[in-house]
Design a protein around this ligand. Structure first.
Ligand SMILES: [Mg+2]
Length: 226
């Protein structure tokens, strides 16, 4: 029997990145412009769609704050904070969302894959750190596709490699929802009640035809049982 396949977005889904990626965006913008960004402002951009790439978003936010710097300069500073310079970077602040045993249990009925806007190597770093032997295959990252989310290329590739298999996509942004819709894959939206734009996000997911909207992945077993 072909087990159904759950494709996970990574940030905000498998991993809580409020203190890692979102904080890195804020610190990088602060470094170049002196401007203190709120989490609400960052989330507003995410809700607009088209800002899935945190390097591009950071570069844009620096420009909006009145500083013109090369993209690479913004990206390199971002990476130095995120990965650290020999010291622990903010990547170490990310938290694995799944409670112990939850993914193992779900994995009896479903196979897992990842489609993320992260570079694949960074995604695998985190999976190796937290996933404890649970297999995600394939892991499709930013350099494995020519067209990034919300373009469905990454999802379509996973679909084509799994003919006849039921596929679901789980994400936390409107770009993820649009990506799933364009690929014809049912979408499960993660809207954390702690999200500074929680209701906006819920409405956006509804507009994109989400099959379910949940607080976090720990209730997935119940979603699939109903
Ligand atoms: Mg995400």
């Amino acid at each position: 029997m072909n087990q159904p396949l759950i494709v996970f977005d990574m940030d905000g889904v498998l991993v809580d990145v409020t203190e890692s990626y979102r904080e890195t965006i804020a610190q990088t913008v602060k470094h170049f412009t002196g401007v203190d960004l709120t989490r609400e402002q960052i989330q507003d951009y995410k809700n607009q769609g088209g800002w899935n790439d945190d390097w591009e978003l950071t570069h844009h936010l620096i420009k909006v704050a009145g500083k013109e710097i090369p993209f690479e300069t913004a990206r390199d500073y971002f990476q130095s904070i995120f990965l650290g310079n020999g010291e622990g970077g903010l990547i170490l602040r990310e938290e694995w969302v799944a409670r112990p045993g939850m993914l193992e249990e779900l994995n009896r009925q479903f196979q897992f894959a990842v489609f993320t806007g992260r570079p694949k190597a960074e995604a695998e770093l985190t999976l190796n750190r937290f996933a404890g032997g649970v297999v995600f295959h394939p892991v499709v990252g930013m350099y494995e596709v020519e067209n990034r989310k919300p373009h469905p290329e990454g999802l379509l590739r996973i679909l084509n490699a799994n003919p006849g298999r039921k596929v679901y996509y789980i994400g936390d942004t409107v770009d993820d929802a649009r990506c799933a819709r364009a690929a014809g894959v049912p979408f499960i939206g993660i809207a954390a009640p702690s999200n500074p734009r929680y209701l906006d996000l819920v409405f956006l997911f509804q507009e994109e035809g989400a099959s379910a909207i949940i607080d976090d992945i720990n209730v997935l077993t119940e979603v699939f049982a109903s």
